[in-house]
Design a protein around this ligand. Sequence first.
Ligand code: FAD
Length: 485
Amino acid sequence: MAPSEKNIGIVWFRQDLRLADNPALIEACRECDAIIPLFIADPMEQSVSELGEASCVWLHHSLSDLQESLRAKNSELYLAKGESLAVLQSLIEKTGANRLFWNRCYDPKTIARDTEIKQTLSHCQPRTFNGLLLQEPWQNLKGDGTPYRVYTPYWRAAAAKFHESPDLLKPGKAPRTIPALDKKTRAKLKNMSAVSALELLPEKDWHNALIDYWSIGEAAAMKQLKRFLKNAVSDYGDARNLPAVEGTSLMSPHLHFGEISPRQILSALTKEHSIQSLPDDETTFAKEIVWREFAYSLLYHFPHMPNEPLDNRFASFPWRKKTEAHLKAWQQGRTGVPIIDAGMRQLYATGWMHNRVRMIVGSYLVKNLLIPWQAGEQWFRDTLVDADIASNSMGWQWVAGCGADAAPFFRVFNPVLQGEKFDKNGDYVTQWIPELAGVNPKFIHKPWELDEQSRQSLEYPEPLVDLKVTRQQALDAFSTIKGTK
Ligand SMILES: Cc1cc2nc3c(=O)[nH]c(=O)nc-3n(C[C@H](O)[C@H](O)[C@H](O)COP(=O)(O)OP(=O)(O)OC[C@H]3O[C@@H](n4cnc5c(N)ncnc54)[C@H](O)[C@@H]3O)c2cc1C
């Protein structure tokens, strides 16, 4: 580099929409004389950047928040739509940028694309970092160097490592200043700073109602974490199973878009105790954060996980053939089984569903309706604000019994018993299905057992299928592949 030449660095934001604990940004600010923060909308099929409608809405607001935070530091987020390599090349040409920084993603399509970009733009010395996970997927392996397929030993190894090296849980501070571009270069990019140009918001304004449930962005994520740690974590072990209670952290969309990092969360959780000596409820919460890591490890080592069963016996599972009407009823929360319908309506209204209920609606779709888990995965991908290629496909394969460390297929959730156990008085059900308000709690999870007159006065569908009969059909279907390899 000639003595007068300046380092102009592009920081390519992806699943890391934050300033604090953002290793790519922190390093770029250290090395460069000027920074170009950039986001590219480049929806590649079957990758982390292929977003469903609900996630697009979240992304719009998250980018707007990041834009505000950067402006507060006299910087600017530049936004572009298109194929990533072409956008980067054009930006480099326009600005003379000679450095490139990003935090890694771990799905196979993005890895392949990023590898190509790294090679093509090698003159910009691309540097990549881990801003998404506590450990790289290739760092926590079994003694023989192969990936874990069972969660408990994965967790034990991770916790032991964090105990030994607590620095791994130390988040980086947001850069105090972000080196600004000169006026001339800024002028060249002035058409690139409107989030609205990405057209992420749908034309119909249903998204305003969804967004009312959430506060989006880096500061909001940290505030929510603090609220959870202060008010709810000490009862997490029990309350996390009760869908009517706000007993979980609601961190998932913030984590998915990287408004907060898992390191920031575990660092806050382990302020007073090491990870191996946390009280029980806190340990349970830490384990959930590490489940997310496990999902990314599986995705990295088994890149076909989003589409194909990890247990290949399931490749020949006899799914039901004609499923359109049942799938629609499930999606719209009209199955006639209250806990299922409540969950599906919560999902549609808020973009989120309680974990216990995700398991129940998943089991019902795959086992009682014999619809392939991929159809559920796809619907979740389109409607969840936390839709995540790793956690979603792991979750669906877990539910379907074909994943790593999954619930065995023959364990069919009974949605009535699940409802009676985890939503005893029907508070969750009536919150999302007001038609059932006033029903005797004894029948709230099985309104079909009400006397004829009371049932007829309810504007609520009869059950789509018989739970007992379909359970047996599921077990019969499973018996056809059980012994195969
Ligand atoms: C069928 C199915 C699909 C799912 N799809 C997704 C998805 O697309 N995106 C997603 O983030 N989670 C998914 N999950 C996992 C889980 O339901 C959500 O992470 C959780 O409900 C989010 O709420 P929370 O942030 O309040 O969770 P908390 O209970 O507060 O947990 C804290 C964090 O731990 C992580 N976590 C918790 N449980 C799991 C889990 N089972 N697997 C992986 N990570 C976990 C999440 O990042 C979560 O934000 C799915 C689960 C199932 C059964």
